[in-house]
Design a protein around this ligand. Sequence first.
Ligand SMILES: Nc1ncnc2c1ncn2[C@@H]1O[C@H](COP(=O)(O)OP(=O)(O)OP(=O)(O)O)[C@@H](O)[C@H]1O
Ligand SMILES: [Mg+2]
Length: 244
Amino acid sequence: MANEFAIKVENVSMCFNMSKERLDSLKEYFIKLMRRQLNFTEFYALKDVSFEIPCGQVCGIVGLNGSGKSTLLKVISGILKPTVGKATTIGSISPLIELGAGFDMELTARENIFLNGAVLGYSKKMMEDKFDEIIEFAELQDFVDVVIKNFSSGMVARLGFAIATITKPDILIVDEILAVGDFLFQQKCERRIHEMMAGGTTVVIVSHSIDQIERLCQRVIWLEKGRIRMDGPVEPVCNAYKGL
Ligand SMILES: Nc1ncnc2c1ncn2[C@@H]1O[C@H](COP(=O)(O)OP(=O)(O)OP(=O)(O)O)[C@@H](O)[C@H]1O
Ligand SMILES: [Mg+2]
C-alpha cells in the first residue's frame, strides 16, 4: 500500500544557542571563544512536536511571533536538522520559506528564473518551456530584464510563488510570503493553491491572516512557544486562537 502520510514529524525539538553578549568584533569573539568565556544560553524554538499530515491535506500553522512556525517549516523542508527527533516527507517538495531565498538580488528576473530552476533541480529546457508562463503568472512582463534588487517586495514574492508552483510538487510549503502580495495577487495565489489541492498536492501554510487560513485549510496546528497548543479542524482551532 502507498504511504498515507506526506509529512511525518516525530518528537522534533530544535535548540538554538543564543549568545547574550554583544561583541564588537570577530577578533573579540574568537578570543572569548578560545578562553571559553562565551556564554550561550540554550533556547528551544520547538519542543517535542509530533504530527502527521496525510497526502492531499491542506494544513495551516498559526501562532504568535516567535512561536516556532518558520523553524518548523525549515525542519520539514530539510533546511534545518532538528536537535532531537525527525521529519520525514514523501515526494517532491517546493519550499517557499523566506522572501527572496534562492534568489540572487544582483541578477535579473530572467537570470533568477534559471538559477532557481537549477536550485530546484529542473532542467534548463524545462525552465525555457515554462518561462513565459512564470512571467505571465507573476505579471512581470515589463520587468524581465530588471535586476531584482530594484523590485518591490511584492514583486519578488510574485516571482517566487510563480516559480515554486510552476510544476506540481507533491508538497508545497508556504511561509507567510503571500502576505506581501496585493489583494489581487493573493486571490490569484489562493486560486492556484486550490488547483494544486484539487490535483492532490499536500500544502502547509503559515499565515497571520486567519481569514486566509479559514478559506484555504482543512486543518490547523496552533504553535505556542514551540509546542503544539492545539491541532484539529479549522473552526475550533481558529476560534480558540482568536480568543487569545
Ligand atoms: N537561527 C536561529 N538562531 C537562533 N535563534 C533562532 C534562529 N531561528 C529562529 N530562532 C528563534 O526561534 C524562535 C522561533 O522563531 P521562528 O522564526 O520559528 O518564529 P515564527 O513563529 O516563524 O515567528 P513569526 O510569526 O515572527 O514569523 C524565535 O525566538 C527566534 O528567535
Ligand atoms: Mg516566521
